[in-house]
Design a protein around this ligand. Structure first.
Ligand code: SF4
Length: 238
């Protein structure tokens, strides 16, 4: 097994896929989302190099806590920016009967990245804005990548959970929910849609990196409003 660059590992994750999960945060991301809560994962020079065997050892150690519904989630950063490592890790987990998920922005759609993505039991796919130009303004990249990944998942009957961060002034309206519903409605592979509220807790991380908060003055999203938007969106997708 090769090495890969890892930012951190959360051994008892509860929000990145079903059940209790070991979440492996890969270091490095080609995007620069204005609302990124983990700017310290963006640089490909950061993190630390780890052998995949070492990662498998950690996964095996935490396996007793997964319960029947849990497993491993590869997150980041952008895990599919290291597709060979992701593919090897997924294969090793699946050989041991461990459920696998990839949490991705869909920005990496090279042949090796698509091949690696295909191996996961579940894709947690971010749709950062339903309008491709606004998506580009918000993240640095449009919708082409995530839609390609979604199309592959559809063709291969791979389970997908869509995630969307609600950012005040960018994506917190019923019109954006309607556009998301129009974009996603025809995909039968989508099992679930989650809306996540933008928050400003990363301010200190940006400060530590010597960077300004990319969305100055934008307040955290109101969780009650986000919940209402989620109910509205799910009704339109039903
Ligand atoms: S894709 Fe994720 S890690 Fe990368 S910049 Fe966007 S929010 Fe941050």
């Amino acid at each position: 097994m090769d090495n890969c660059r890892i930012h951190s590992i959360e051994t008892l994750g509860g929000v990145d896929g079903p059940g209790v999960r070991c979440v492996i945060f890969f270091q490095g991301c080609p995007l620069h989302c204005l609302y990124c809560q983990n700017p310290d994962t963006q640089s490909f020079a950061g993190g630390r190099e780890m052998a995949l065997a070492e990662l498998m050892h950690t996964i095996e150690r935490t396996r007793p806590y997964f319960g029947p519904g849990g497993g491993v989630t590869l997150s980041g950063g952008e895990p599919l920016a290291q597709p060979q490592a992701v593919a090897e890790l997924l294969k090793a987990c699946q050989a041991k009967g461990i459920h696998t998920a990839i949490d991705t922005s869909g920005v990496c759609v090279t042949a090796p990245a698509l091949e690696a993505a295909r191996l996961a039991d579940l894709l947690l796919l971010d749709i950062k804005h339903p309008d491709s130009e606004k998506c580009r303004a918000l993240t640095g990249s449009g919708l082409e990548g995530p839609l390609k990944l979604l199309q592959q998942a559809e063709e291969q009957h791979q389970a997908v959970w869509i995630r969307h961060v609600v950012v005040p002034g960018w994506s917190d309206t019923l019109e954006v929910m309607d556009a998301l519903a129009r974009l996603l409605k025809s995909y039968t592979c989508i099992q679930r849609v989650e809306l996540l509220p933008y928050h400003t807790m990363a301010a200190e991380k940006y400060q530590a990196l010597g960077r300004d908060l990319p969305l100055p003055g934008v307040p955290a999203a109101d969780p009650v409003h986000v919940r209402q938007l989620e109910v509205y969106l799910r009704e339109r997708l039903a």
